[in-house]
Ligand binder design. Sequence first.
Ligand code: AMP
Ligand code: MN
Ligand code: MN
Length: 332
Amino acid sequence: MEQINNESEPRYWEKMRLVADVLRNSDAPVVIIAHEDPDGDAVGSTLGLARALRQLGREVWWVVDPPRFLRFLAREGEIHEPVDELPDDAILVVLDSGDRHRAVGAPVTGFVINIDHHGSNSRFGQIHIVDPAKAAAAQMVKDLIDSLEVEWTEDIATPVLTGLITDTGNFRFGNTTPEVLETAAELVGHGVNLAELTDRLQWRPPQYFKLMGMVLSTVQFHFGGLAVTAHVTREMSEEAGSGEEDSDDFVGVIRYAEGSYVAAFLKEREGATKVSIRSRPGVSAQNIAVELGGGGHVPAAGATLEGLTIEEAYPVVLAAIEKELQRAGLLG
Ligand code: AMP
Ligand code: MN
Ligand code: MN
């Protein structure tokens, strides 16, 4: 895979100021979108920027459909419907997406600003700020909002902090740098109630827990326990009465299997199987995902296996995991 260097410090801030100038000095609507299946960073970074720009009096279309557990972040009427065609002269801001094809909500055409932290970013923006050293797109949006010189409010800080919390696994993953904690402290200083926010982010409906019981019965260990897998089928979701998005954080549960280096969670989709992969240091979830035609970050990545049922996807996923465990020197 192509190695994309992190932005150098001065260049990073120079580009932030450039983006801030573009966003401040144009009268055209700003359309803000993120990747499909938006997570806390996708929702939080885009909503934070949308609110900051509105505070500057800009017309903003926030075209993101948050999953249920994140919907509390948005206010009534704040969500814009997906658009087939961009308004004239619109500036399209694509956050937390490393690939134009993963971005949803509006066609990725015209003048595109892409701010992202995926190592696999294809650099599709007319202006792009790509920094895989950043823990979250929300961290970069925090820097952009500072560059815009918008006055921070709890309303702006809450979604931005959400992006930091979710992409660092509640400040537990390896990407939890001093910068992340300093930024979080600053955002809490702007009035966010951290205890309330982290609690709210963990709320799940009753059917989630029913589904979890079924999912846990699919847990399997492979390669002497170096890898752990589980899955959810549509039938299981239906039986539990839950929606597709209820299964989104099960990979975060099984990844704590003692002795495992890789966790893979398979989800049945229409004509496809979606795989979420997590790994411990020394092993790259990203390598496994790339092998499967997907992408992401070293510790957390994913892929969609088109045309494969869960049953058919298992051997393909396990072969990719085996290859990576061998590369890491954990398997002969
Ligand atoms: P998930 O599988 O949704 O838990 O995603 C984990 C990480 O991998 C996130 O940063 C996603 O943006 C990224 N990711 C998931 N699926 C893909 C894919 N098909 N292509 C590129 N990146 C992906
Ligand atoms: Mn994301
Ligand atoms: Mn992210």
